[in-house]
Design a protein around this ligand. Structure first.
Ligand SMILES: *[C@@H]1O[C@H](CO)[C@@H](O)[C@H](O)[C@H]1NC(C)=O
Ligand SMILES: *[C@@H]1O[C@H](CO)[C@@H](O)[C@H](O)[C@H]1NC(C)=O
Length: 594
């Protein structure tokens, strides 16, 4: 079975300001809720309030004492309870004919009296009797009174066991009569959550939170809680049914770029069909045609590779693709098998180390590097990758030493230099780090990566103009070489412009261009989603989060994308159900983006 967290170890290495990037996006866009949070400040007008709203603020303090008599602080409001219990003259239940024969005024008065008695019974925890009283009030009233239904729902909620279905039914009625009835929304939401009807619960909690201008913290927390339940549930369903597949081009090429290129293995004298297929697979890999490389290497192994080195290479490649597709244990098997056949295959050792890291087995990872060094002490790849592992465990000094060692053995590998500069930056050796970057840019004038990562460093220091210049140079260099193009500098440029000038349009154009070139570029999709959210273009945000979820490789990524997706969907639904507030929300979203 494919495990869920496959490639996060490499992701963390992909670019060092990724943490930064997230902070930027989360800081300004935040959860969807933040958009609504400002509703509180922006609006003073309210929808039809009715006695409930007035009662709430007026009786807040006084109410706290009395409310304690009932477990559910959310029961019928005090104001409704305060008046003395009025005896109903006719205690017997009236027949429909008798009710129909009464004048309207009298019916309304009687209904009010019945409700008041219901409130008193509720207060004394006589929930079934209270229900009967509210039912009678509902029968007598000449029009649907939301309060009667909502109060009866409160009784059902307090019964043991609670009658959630009936709570939902009554709240449906209450909300049909008054869509802005926050208490009924909260009550129905709680019942729906208890019934595991999470999406509906989310709809109600979201509406309650926004309508209540974010004053009710427990409702806001409920939104988060239910969102999490939904996202985890949906993610599990997606992962259980999804076919394993390759990540985006950008991602795979970044992965393979972390290894120095090696010559093709020499074929034996009389190569078998499988041997030739393996060479084709390795050639496809060189040509960055990953889809072909996968099917060819599988084919080669099925056909049978005739010589030992070839077998080890084939298993190394198949294991690598398994790893990239999230099958960590399958990858481990292939890679271990390959070093069993050919113990000095450094690449396999290094990749096994990363599988161990992925599984949180740091000690084993370092043992793999030792094994690799034992067989091949002069292999620069080993030191580079050991540096990477040290880097993500924040051992920057040792990481820097290992990068340096890697460059001493072979100084033509651009990433050893870049990572050294980044490690120096992490150790607060700013001047040295920038010097390393400048030297690397000079020594690798045709490579976009030093420009791109130096740009990230500059962005981290808020040197916006310089950062954008570097990203543009990186884009230029990428365009100058034969395709496919690495689009990360383009996304970075968009982010930089956004941080610098709050120019959302320009940032979006960068991301969209990146997506045209690499439709699977996850950072571009994620950025576009957040930018849409900031502009209150919620439907577009939903679309982007959906896409982000489709592209997600690991479970945490998927849960994250789904959380945003469902939060946005709930907000979209809110704007449909409460069109009067939609424009207001959109305005606030726009002002929040500034
Ligand atoms: C606040 O929200 C919670 C959760 O939905 C709800 O139970 C409670 O009644 C709400 N409080 C008020 C004062 O509306
Ligand atoms: C590389 O890292 C290891 C720790 O895993 C450390 O012992 C060693 O000194 C570092 N430097 C070199 C040059 O290998």
């Amino acid at each position: 079975m494919a495990t869920t967290s496959s490639t996060s170890y490499f992701e963390r290495l992909q670019d060092f300001v990724s943490e930064n990037k997230k902070a930027v996006l989360i800081g300004s866009a935040a959860a969807v809720l933040a958009v609504g949070g400002a509703v509180y400040y922006a609006s003073t007008s309210r929808g039809p309030g009715g006695d409930l709203e007035k009662g709430k603020s007026r009786d807040k303090k006084k109410s706290s004492k009395k409310r304690k008599t009932v477990n559910d602080a959310d029961g019928p409001l005090l104001e409704e309870i305060k008046p003395k219990v009025v005896e109903v003259e006719e205690d017997a239940r009236l027949s429909p004919e008798e009710i129909a024969g009464m004048p309207v005024e009298e019916r309304t008065k009687l209904a009010g009296t019945l409700k008041t008695r219901g409130n008193a019974l509720y207060q004394n925890r006589k929930f079934q009797q209270a229900v009967d009283m509210y039912t009678r009030a509902i029968e007598v009233a000449t029009k649907p009174e939301p309060v009667y239904y909502s109060n009866r729902a409160a009784c059902y909620m307090n019964m043991s066991p609670p009658k959630y279905e009936l709570v939902v039914q009554d709240c449906d009625e209450a909300l049909r009569a008054d869509t802005n009835y926050v208490k009924a929304l909260n009550r129905r939401a709680n019942a729906l959550e208890a019934l595991s009807r999470y999406e509906e619960a989310l709809r109600d909690f979201t509406a309650a939170t926004i309508l209540d201008k974010f004053q009710n913290e427990s409702a806001a927390q409920a939104v988060e809680r239910v969102l999490k339940k939904i996202a985890v549930e949906k993610a599990a369903a997606v992962l259980a049914t999804r076919e394993p597949r390759l990540p985006s081009f950008t991602f795979i090429s970044a992965y393979f770029a972390a290894f120095r290129p090696r010559p093709l293995p020499t074929l034996p004298e009389n190569p078998s069909t499988g041997d030739n297929t393996l060479i084709l697979a390795l050639q496809a890999l060189e040509a960055a045609d990953y889809a072909h490389a996968v099917s060819l290497v599988n084919e080669a192994i099925d056909q049978g590779v005739s010589w030992e080195t070839g077998k080890a290479e084939a298993l190394n490649l198949r294991g690598t693709f398994k790893f990239l597709m999230g099958d960590v244990s399958g990858a481990k098997e292939d890679l271990y098998e390959s070093v069993k056949i050919f113990p000095s295959l450094t690449q396999s050792w290094v990749k096994i180390a990363s599988v161990h890291m992925e599984q949180g087995e740091g000690t084993k990872a370092f043992e793999c590097f030792e094994q690799a060094i034992k067989h091949n002490p002069q292999d620069p790849d080993i030191y580079y990758h050991r540096g990477q592992v040290l880097f993500i465990t924040n051992e920057f000094k040792e990481a820097a030493d290992n990068y340096t060692k890697s460059s001493e053995l072979d100084d033509t590998f651009v990433f050893s230099h870049i990572q050294l500069a980044v490690a120096q930056y992490k150790m607060d050796e700013l001047a040295r780090s920038m010097a390393t970057f400048r030297r690397t840019m000079t020594n690798f004038p045709q490579r976009s990566e030093p420009q791109n990562y130096y740009g990230e460093l500059l962005l981290d220091q808020q040197r916006f103009q310089d950062a954008v210049d570097k990203f543009e140079r990186a884009v230029e260099l990428e365009r100058a070489k034969p395709p496919p193009m690495n689009v990360l500098p383009l996304v970075n440029k968009g982010l930089a412009i956004f941080q610098w000038k709050q120019d959302i349009g320009a940032a979006e154009r960068c991301c969209e261009e990146a997506l045209q070139i690499d439709p699977g570029c996850e950072p571009a999709v994620a950025t576009l989603a957040q930018l849409s959210l900031q502009q209150g273009k919620i439907d577009r945000a939903v679309e982007m989060f959906q896409r982000q979820a489709e592209l997600a490789r690991s479970e945490p990524e998927l849960v994250n994308a789904l959380t945003y997706q469902y939060a946005s969907m709930a907000q979209l639904e809110f704007t449909r159900n409460y069109p009067a507030m939609a424009e207001q929300l959109a305005q606030i979203a726009r002002s929040m983006a500034m």
